[in-house]
Design a protein around this ligand. Structure first.
Ligand code: BGC
Length: 509
């Protein structure tokens, strides 16, 4: 695939949305300000050893204070859409009960500023930062949390329902269940293994109740969910490897997509409920969970190679953490994640396999015949960036060619796969959101795993666009977009025609 922005621009359908993504806890900082309540992640991140080098999310990218500057950078990039998440604890500090006006106001200003700059807001209701009182009451193991999320959705709908162009209810329930409830490497730090199953159902129910609340409020925007998908590949032709691959496929992919898109859990999961007596999906729940979506959000990063048995422990640590695989090298484990041979990896150790983007889409098309339009709601790669000081030109250059190549290859593959004659031609692919706009707090990976198009110096807060930023800027400028704007007229009616003055205080590039 050609990494040239101009070559890729010619492939993009005219109305294809290009976006950038972040989440509240990963960028905002200001954890104790303006009435925000604590979240489960505040507590988890403060535990010694929970985060790489015990790094703190307290300030992170300081986006809470630098939001106008960040939107100005998005404008400079020329992006169509921005996916961010609402901090539940900022808006409703207790997770139930009173609303914090200062928290509501922050996202009000963000949304208005985006619209005034022609950038469509995509708001995620829940990106893992559960209000602490709810975590203390059992978090997603407690069915009540799903109802609280439904209430939070109603609050968000009343505040922003006229201006958010796309809503994502829940982000990657698979990662939260695996890392947070089964293995304990993310908040709330529980290691329940198979007993974590109720946290799946309650998150999906939270999705359903949120959709119901957004629909009841007649929000103007489209509604979807963001599920991660990783094609599963057997490590060999050995039947045991194949069986293990099928199990991983159920545990990481089908467990989350089938209920939403088919209205039922995979058979094996229904048969395994004796592990979790609390796991009792009623038909009413399944109806809520499988309500028709306006779009399906697919987060794609990599495929997963699976082998039977405990493996030899050669999977890179970051890979194990991110995929929730403490099965690699664990004595007695039923299966493990195996490395792809001769394959370039990211700083996390994730295999870079753009061709599997096409496999992911083809599998989705085959499994889910009634799949709604799809957005790739996340995709990107962490690399250790090199900062080059060009004294002669008085510039700072960050030549992250590997990241821009990752993005070019994955966007190109997704577009080709969904074009006529492609492996997933039946899919109506509407857009791709780059993870992430800025380097940020990468959960247990702290600030070590940098995914941003923009480097953020965590000590000085200076933002420096990387080569990938300029590549995307060129792609956005070169594509052939038709006259219809990304932000439809119905959104943000009555907003000032001119963007408020947002100057970037820090010289860059
Ligand atoms: C999550 C992000 C995360 C990214 C990279 C996704 O699983 O939604 O919050 O930073 O992947 O690990």
């Amino acid at each position: 695939m050609n990494a040239s922005a101009r070559a890729l621009a010619t492939l993009l359908p005219p109305r294809f949305t290009l976006g950038v993504a972040t989440s509240a806890f990963q960028i905002e900082g200001a954890l104790d300000e303006d009435g925000r309540g604590p979240s489960g992640w505040d507590v988890f991140a403060a535990k010694p050893g929970a985060i790489v080098e015990d790094q703190s999310p307290a300030v992170s990218c300081d986006h809470y204070h630098r939001m106008p500057e960040d939107v100005a950078l998005m404008k400079e990039l020329g992006i169509d859409s921005y996916r961010f998440s609402l901090s539940w604890s900022r808006i409703q500090p207790g997770g139930s009960g009173p609303v914090n006006p200062a928290g509501l106001d922050f996202y009000d200003r963000l949304i208005d500023l985006l619209l005034a700059n022609g950038i469509s807001p995509m708001a995620t209701l829940y990106h893992w930062d559960t209000p602490l009182p709810l975590d203390e009451a059992g978090g997603w193991m407690n069915r009540d949390t799903a109802y609280r999320l439904g209430e939070f959705a109603a609050i968000a709908a009343a505040a922003y329902g006229d201006r958010v162009v796309r809503w994502v209810t829940v982000n990657e329930p698979a990662t939260l269940t695996t890392n947070g409830y089964a293995l304990g490497v993310h908040a709330p730090g529980q290691s329940l293994m198979l007993k974590a199953l109720p946290s799946v159902h309650h998150q999906l129910l939270g999705h359903g109740l949120s959709m119901q609340a957004l629909r009841a409020a007649n929000v103007t925007g489209e509604i979807g969910i963001a599920n991660v998908y990783s094609p599963m590949v057997p490590a060999s032709a050995n039947p045991l490897d194949k069986v293990s691959t099928g199990l991983m496929d159920i545990a990481q992919n089908r467990l989350y997509a089938d209920p939403v898109l088919l209205g039922k859990y995979p058979d094996l999961i229904r048969a395994a409920t004796f592990f979790s007596p609390d796991f009792s999906p009623s038909s009413e729940d399944m109806e809520l969970i499988s309500q028709p979506l306006d779009f399906y959000g697919l987060n794609y990063y990599m495929p997963t190679r699976v082998g039977a048995g405990p493996g030899d422990g050669t999977v890179p640590a970051g890979m194990a953490e991110a995929m929730g695989d403490d099965l690699s090298g664990t004595p007695g484990a039923p299966f493990h994640i195996a490395p792809f041979h001769d394959t370039e990896t990211t700083a996390y150790g994730w295999p870079i396999k753009p061709e599997y983007m096409s496999v992911a889409l083809a599998e989705m098309a085959e499994r889910y015949p009634t799949l709604p339009p799809v957005y790739i709601t996340e995709g990107g790669a962490s690399f250790e960036d090199v900062v080059v000081r060009d004294a002669a030109g008085n510039r700072t250059i960050i030549p992250d060619e590997r990241r821009l190549r990752y993005l070019a290859d994955h966007i190109g593959t997704a577009v080709e796969a969904t074009s006529p004659g492609g492996a997933a031609e039946s899919i109506d692919l509407r857009g791709y959101y780059v993870w992430s706009f800025v380097d940020n707090f990468e959960w247990s990976g702290g600030y070590k795993q940098q995914f941003g198009l923009v480097r953020v110096d965590i000590d000085t807060q200076v933002r420096t666009p990387k080569a990938s930023f300029y590549w995307l800027q060129e792609l956005l400028a070169a594509r052939n977009r038709d006259a219809a704007p990304e932000v439809p007229e119905a959104f943000g009616a009555g907003l000032p025609a001119q963007a408020p003055d947002v100057e970037r205080p820090h010289p860059v590039g």
